[in-house]
Design a protein. Structure first.
Ligand code: MG
Length: 394
């Protein structure tokens, strides 16, 4: 069942700004689009925020050449903003798109793909208490200061030094006041120093040395090694499998809604909800994997208040139930059985929609369709059925 923590998380209403405007001069080409263990660094950074129910908005600033790839991968889950000349200019462009009721804004480097949801959560929660917070680790090397790079001027006391990372988090009001006060600050390496200069208290949240920023080719090798270590840990987690099945009558006078999108067809699926046979089968598969009943338990067909609801709400509830069990949807495979319409032309749109609704990378979403060879009620075009298998990590 849904836990209180889980429900609170979905209502947190945080906003993420992921800054990925770097020209990547030290890497030769834009580092954020380089593949890290088979997936672009920037995609991996976004994945962490896209999977957290606390974030109701994610804005990504990058150069226009990456827009199509990002839109194709994340669709409506992210908003795109053009990167500015400096990090601060990019942040200002993105901040203009942050919802006015956001309770916290997390500003993250697109080149820090190893950030964890637990760290993001800790820093945002600290920011809500103090106004601003940054993740940081104690500095291990002795630091020398020198303006000319030839002669040492001073050696700051190491015990007082912390290396700042991201996400740097703020209440919306703190960040708004900081950006207004330093509208012309030029290039700064992080915006928390402006919040300090504006007189705001900035808290430190102790972070991990693994939350590295990918700046040089050597960093890619380190990140790959850290990820391999992480996947060994992940492999020790339990994978569970569930199956789901659903069937709805196909009738005239209703829109045909499958996988959350409306397909052009003269008939639609009859149901208490919008009749989305694909979402129902996937949700039942996901709930089945953790033995948490089926969607009818959470949305009884006898409840008149939910008549005609979008099945996207059922999918959202299913994700909350999974999260409440400490589980995460990892992969789905869907087979639709329909005589008509032909679904092949819609495969890409259906997969994209499923990946958005279930917050899964598209490579973990499979959908295909079979006909019923003209046999039986499905073959006569009187119904559409759907089978689904879900893999869940617990
Ligand atoms: Mg159904």
């Amino acid at each position: 069942m849904q836990s209180k923590t889980d429900s609170a998380r979905a209502k947190a209403n945080w906003a993420a700004v992921i800054v990925a405007g770097g020209s990547g001069t030290r890497m030769g080409r834009p580092k954020q689009m380089l593949p890290l263990a088979g997936r672009a660094v920037l995609f991996r950074s976004i994945d962490v925020f896209a999977a957290m129910p606390e974030f109701s908005s994610i804005t990504v600033t990058t150069s226009g050449e990456n827009f199509a790839a990002l839109d194709n991968e994340f669709g409506s889950r992210i908003t795109l903003a053009e990167a500015g000349q400096t990090r601060l200019a990019s942040l200002k462009n993105a901040f203009a798109l942050v919802p006015s009721d956001a309770r916290a804004v997390a500003v993250h480097d697109g080149a820090r793909p190893l950030v964890t949801a637990a760290l993001v959560r800790s820093v945002c929660e600290a920011a809500i208490k103090t106004g601003a917070a940054v993740p940081a680790v104690p500095v291990n090397d002795t630091i020398k200061s020198s303006r000319d790079g030839k002669m040492v001027e001073a050696t700051p006391e190491r015990a007082t030094l912390w290396a700042a990372q991201t996400p740097q988090c703020y209440t919306r009001e703190t960040l708004c006041a900081t950006l207004e006060r330093f509208a012309d600050a030029g290039d700064v390496s992080d915006e928390s120093q402006l919040a300090e200069r504006a007189g705001f208290a900035v808290a430190i949240v102790k972070s991990s040395y693994e939350n590295i920023k990918i700046t040089t080719p050597q960093d890619m090798a380190v990140a790959e090694a850290l990820m391999q270590d992480g996947s060994k840990k992940a492999a020790r987690l339990t994978m569970r499998v569930g199956m789901g099945y659903d069937l709805h009558r196909l009738v005239a006078g209703r829109p045909l809604i499958m996988a959350g999108i409306t397909l052009p067809h003269g008939k639609g699926l009859l149901g208490h909800s919008d009749g989305d046979v694909v979402l129902h089968a996937v949700c039942d598969a996901a709930l089945g994997a953790i033995a948490a009943g089926e969607i009818g338990v959470y949305f009884p067909p006898t409840d008149v208040t939910i008549m005609g609801i979008s099945s996207r709400a059922i999918a959202e509830k299913t994700l909350e139930v999974l999260s409440g069990h400490g589980a995460r949807l990892a992969q789905i495979d869907v087979t639709v059985i329909a005589e008509e319409p032909k679904l092949l032309p819609h495969y890409a749109a259906l997969r994209k929609s499923l990946s958005e609704i279930f917050r899964l990378p598209q490579e973990q979403v499979s959908l295909k369709a079979k006909s019923s060879e003209g046999l039986g009620h499905i073959g006569r075009g009187e119904a559409i059925a759907c089978h689904a298998i879900a893999v869940v990590q617990v």
